[in-house]
Design a protein around this ligand. Structure first.
Ligand SMILES: [Fe+2]
Length: 369
């Protein structure tokens, strides 16, 4: 027994070996990154899952614990592998969400390639309370982007923003054939038909209720802002304002148009989390005006925003921005009265300090009761 315990690694030895493993992993990452293998072949195929318990005001009782999976930006094309699609399906199956939402850019450049493969895969995406989708700037009849003056334009070339970023970094300018967006661009009809055949409901400036009986929440979907199709006055029409509201929109730049409407959680995609998420460089390749909304959770007053890094890219190359899906689990938000009476540590400490003071004991007890 004595010999055995002598052979066991001590806590500091364990820590040291853990530290060494991290160092080896870091060296490996650096080596693979330098020769381009990591960002080109490894990171774009990793899918990270984030789980967020989100307090929601006025959440109907029986909707407590309801899970909503947010996915975005698949950018399906002929080069999307079946393995990657299966990986997404497996993850969704493991998470078993109550409902699924997709925030746009299902395809690339308004072009539907390998239609059968995409259609088959879409049919596997199911959830008991439904699957809902909005459209992104790649899902319309024309491909929309942001020009160098931050104006929305129809882009006639299919050049990934990543290449334009690299060329700008190298001091060479890629000529762009664009025209300004003058009126609403229409959604790609083939894509809408495909969604319909797969049983996925597209919310393009309209809303729906999810849940059952009296226990429901609103879900609102906007058209894309670059396509001149983000029309909140239509999207929020007929909404039940007493119910919690989840807002789906592809581009986080649409938030200023939406913030005056009811909304508890705003879900966006579009940014790919910077995609090549290196200081300064990501800003050159990410077509958004508000660079503060690159990815993750943000709070704007009482509104929660989440920007997904998405699943795919127009060109598979990612650094420090791996693909992502996010599972939200709704929990009731304590009301103001409940929050006031919650024995937070600071108050407990004040009360116990006061309790030790004989002259103030009675008043302190009364206050807390
Ligand atoms: Fe995208």
């Amino acid at each position: 027994m004595e010999n055995q315990s002598q052979n066991l690694p001590t806590q500091s030895q364990q820590k040291e070996s853990q530290q060494k493993s991290w160092e080896y992993a870091w060296d490996l990452w650096c080596t693979l990154s330098i020769i381009g293998i990591w960002p080109r072949y490894i990171e774009p195929n990793l899918i990270f899952t984030r789980k967020i318990a989100l307090p929601i005001q006025n959440l109907p009782k029986r909707m407590s614990g309801f899970s909503l999976l947010h996915i975005s930006d698949l950018h399906f094309s002929a080069s999307t592998s079946k393995n990657f699609l299966q990986k997404i399906s497996r993850k969704i199956e493991q998470l078993a969400p109550d409902a699924i939402v997709f925030t746009g850019d299902l395809i690339c450049y308004g072009t539907l390639e390998n239609r059968e493969v995409l259609e088959e895969w879409l049919k596997t995406i199911q959830a008991p309370f439904g699957v809902f989708a909005t459209l992104g700037n790649h899902d319309y009849e024309k491909y929309l982007s942001l020009d160098d003056d931050e104006q929305f334009v129809i882009e006639h070339d299919k050049i990934p923003p990543l290449f334009r970023g690299f060329s700008r970094l190298l001091g060479t300018k890629v000529e762009r054939h664009t025209e300004p967006v003058k009126g609403p661009i229409q959604p790609l009809q083939e894509l809408l038909d495909m969604y319909k055949n797969a049983g996925i409901r597209v919310l393009h400036n309209n809303n729906a209720l999810i849940g059952f009986g009296m226990n429901r929440i609103n879900i609102v979907g906007l058209g894309d802002i670059m396509a001149n199709q983000c029309i909140p006055e239509e999207a929020f029409k007929g909404l039940s304002p007493q119910l919690p509201t989840i807002v789906l929109s592809h581009n986080p730049d649409s938030f200023p148009l939406l913030k005056l409407y009811p909304g508890d959680l705003y879900l966006f995609g579009h940014t790919h989390g910077g995609q090549v998420n290196l200081p300064l460089f990501w800003k050159k390749i990410t077509p958004i005006r508000d660079k503060s909304l690159k990815s993750g959770l943000h709070q704007r007053g009482d509104k929660t925003l989440f920007i997904s890094r998405g699943l795919g890219t127009t060109f598979p190359f990612r650094w420090f921005a791996p693909p992502q899906m996010t599972l939200f689990q709704f929990v009731p938000k304590p009301t103001v009265t409940e929050r006031a009476w919650k024995p937070i540590p600071e108050i407990s400490k004040i009360v116990s300090d006061r309790a030790q003071c004989p002259t103030r004991t009675s008043s302190a007890s009364k206050h807390i009761e």
